[in-house]
Design a protein. Structure first.
Length: 401
């Protein structure tokens, strides 16, 4: 391409996020064009030249993966740098993007303005070096790059902070509309028993939240919506996983998300506070699954096989959430929960039973001994991760009241 500002194509079906990306990159000296669906992106790439594509994987019509494969299939765009925006929990989707030829994958939940600009610069620099290796013939010296603009250069810059607060205010002013949409979509999901069409509508609403919240510093909203989005997608892709257990988790997560959105206010970015989890299960396989699920959402967990050891540890430590298997030798989960409730430091700690699907209706017994919730075995790792965020963020919210 001719010398001049680098040209970036932003492909995202959310017009607000497209505008946010446009403003940030434009302020850094890039020429930016936006496409709101896969077909429009392919048409733009056919008729115009770009230096980089910022591509959301979740698009109406043609998916982001299909757009990426189209880019790599054409000689004119085969080497075009592509930065993919993904959900942090969609491992298979990210792996498919790497295989299709993505240069970089960036999670929406972790995307800040500073991170976005740094990633675009790094990717363009790598593409320039790769192009030089493919075309080793002498090139005329390039003119020196202009110095970066003094405004909006970093997240910490005064102008950027003012811009961030402005975006936060816009988000807060639209919170009532977001909440109404989430409530309406959730009611349809519950009334319909988890039909695919209803889950898809809720997914679309939640997906739009992930990028917005992360970009403007509402990290708790971003983390909760990102995890819920992954759970909804799993249920849509595998309808047999739609059970009373998973639907209850979807409902709880949406309600917590609504609370978080309603509490957002322009302020310093609020990171998710750390909380410690205890999981007790005599099955080593189950313990590994629980540990891996919690690790996915960056939560610390103590994993134990022996109920008596767990009870002793509860007396010496303060846990924020406890997962208990029901069927364990020596002391079952119900009896362990009853003993834990006698400890002053765990009188109100949330306890979630992990039990076989056939025993899921044993809720009255779990309530009698002080349990708060159940998850059905075999459980989805993302459901357990979402459940942990529900109780972790929900408890912190109550403590702050």
């Amino acid at each position: 391409m001719a010398d001049g500002p680098k040209r970036v194509l932003v492909v995202d079906d959310d017009p607000i996020m497209s505008r946010v990306y446009w403003m940030k990159l434009n302020s850094e000296g890039y020429e930016v064009e936006c496409a709101h669906d896969g077909q429009s992106a392919i048409e733009s790439l056919y008729f115009k030249q770009f230096d980089l594509v910022l591509l959301d994987l979740v698009l109406p019509g043609l998916s982001g993966l299909e757009v990426l494969r189209n880019i790599r299939s054409r000689r004119e765009t085969h080497h075009l740098p592509v930065v993919v925006l993904s959900n942090s929990y969609s491992g298979a989707q990210v792996e498919a993007a790497w295989e299709a030829g993505a240069n970089r994958c960036m999670t929406k939940a972790g995307c800040t303005p500073k991170h976005l600009v740094e990633l675009v610069r790094t990717t363009l620099a790598e593409a320039s070096r790769a192009r030089a290796e493919r075309e080793p013939e002498p090139q005329p010296p390039a003119p020196p790059e202009p110095p970066p603009k003094p405004t909006l250069s970093t997240l910490a810059g005064e102008a950027d902070v003012a811009h961030l607060v402005e975006l936060q205010q816009v988000f807060v002013e639209g919170a009532a509309q977001i909440v109404a949409a989430l409530e309406s979509r959730l009611r349809a999901v519950i009334a319909g028993g988890g039909k695919e069409a209803d889950l898809a509508k809720l997914l679309h609403t939640v997906h739009a939240l992930v990028g917005k919240a992360a970009f403007i510093g509402f990290h708790q909203v971003a983390e909760m919506s990102s995890a819920l989005e992954a759970l909804l997608k799993e249920l849509i892709d595998h309808p047999q996983q739609v059970t009373s257990s998973t639907l209850k988790t979807v409902s709880q997560a949406t309600e917590i998300l609504i609370d978080l959105v309603e509490q957002c206010a322009p302020s310093e970015p609020e990171r998710i506070p750390p909380f410690l989890i205890l999981a007790v299960d005599d099955s080593s396989t189950s313990r590994r699954l629980v540990g891996a699920a919690l690790e996915k959402v960056n939560l610390r967990a103590v994993l134990l096989a022996d109920p008596l050891t767990a009870l002793s540890l509860c007396g010496e430590n303060n846990f924020d959430l406890i997962f208990l298997d029901v069927d364990m030798p020596g002391m079952n989960g119900f009896d362990l929960c009853a003993q834990i409730r006698l400890l002053p430091n765990h009188a109100k700690t949330p306890v979630v039973f992990v039990t076989a699907l056939s025993d899921f209706e044993s809720r009255p017994r779990s309530t009698d001994v002080g349990g708060n919730d159940l998850i059905a075995k075999p459980f989805l790792w993302i459901e357990l991760a979402v459940k942990a965020l529900v109780y972790g963020l929900g408890r912190r919210d109550k403590e702050s009241d």
